[in-house]
Design a protein around this ligand. Sequence first.
Ligand SMILES: Nc1ncnc2c1ncn2[C@@H]1O[C@H](COP(=O)(O)OP(=O)(O)OP(=O)(O)O)[C@@H](O)[C@H]1O
Ligand SMILES: [Mg+2]
Length: 253
Amino acid sequence: MTNAALGGSFRQINQLNRTDMHADLEELVSLTKGLFVTFEGGEGAGKSTQMRLLADSLSGRGYDVLTTREPGGSLGAEAVRHVLLSGAAESFGVRMEAILFAAARSDHVEEVIRPALQQGRIVLCDRFMDSSRVYQGVTGNLEPGFVETLERVAVNGVIPDRTIIFDLPAEAGLERARRRSNEEPDRFEKEQLETHEKRREAFLDIAEADPERCCVVDATLPPEVIAAEVLRLVEALLPGDGEPQSSRVEAAS
Ligand SMILES: Nc1ncnc2c1ncn2[C@@H]1O[C@H](COP(=O)(O)OP(=O)(O)OP(=O)(O)O)[C@@H](O)[C@H]1O
Ligand SMILES: [Mg+2]
């Protein structure tokens, strides 16, 4: 190969890298326009209740808020949700279920979450990647490497800015469930107690490993006390020091 041809190849590589870097930068800038908050924790911990309260507070201040949930949240993912929750995928085993969760998450991210963030919206999501780490990874006994790979492919760079983990003792979670069903706990529920406790610990481990992203909230407190704390945790990340996002976007255009 001649020197000129070699120079040409280097230029091509350089251009390619610059284009890739430019695309990455554009992606980064566009993603930082919105705010992505996820709500995590065990059953009955108050995730849905608090997501609704936060959405109301933020909408009331003029922010453009999108609430969504997993599994589901997009047309494709809702179809997969049905397959997962109906039990149709159970016979294929926990690995296959994890793959289906990841497929649903990928559709949800690409069709709903990423576009909303690119538009500068605040996205609140009821369960996201940490639920997979805990339910499929820890209590599903899947290999961490497998769970991590699925997560990386499914979220494709869309990591929550803030994850609020609602922490509730397993007994309290079961007590809430008992109040709902009005029945005494049976042997199965006793087994569940251990599983609930394991999940609780797993969520706390995630929070400890990633304190920048994750905040743990005491889910035994009254709903309005928790709501104030959740708002405080998200407020710190709001654009323009609490200035409504709609005006921020108008001012920028
Ligand atoms: N802080 C609280 N104190 C007492 N009860 C609460 C509190 N927050 C929510 N609840 C009640 O507990 C039940 C579960 O709340 P919620 O549906 O918000 O939990 P969740 O985490 O979304 O549950 P799931 O995982 O089953 O979707 C509801 O009946 C709700 O009214
Ligand atoms: Mg819920």
